[in-house]
Design a protein around this ligand. Sequence first.
Ligand code: ZN
Length: 110
Amino acid sequence: MGKRKKSSRKPQGPRRKDPLETTFTCLFCHHDKSVTVRLDRKEGIAQLFCKVCDQRYQSKVNHLTEPIDIYSEWIDAADAAERETTSTRRPAASSSRPAPAAVSFGSDEE
Ligand SMILES: [Zn+2]
């Protein structure tokens, strides 16, 4: 009694586990092929990052999503974010750039 279960494990051959990767030009630092889009269809997640300026973006994928879709989504998102920043016009406290010392022009010379 008892049939023996045949363990039919297919040899997986060369590693085909790597998610699809594609590189693009970064729209922030403009480095060619510095942006990597990684699609993990199993997880349904796409990750995009620039290895030069460290920009990151994450999105969802479905079976039709291509890396280029994520890339353009990223561009749209960055674009929208920028527009929002400009339109809301907050006095952003970005003090990354030191203000130039107020040059007083036109001191009365007369
Ligand atoms: Zn970059």
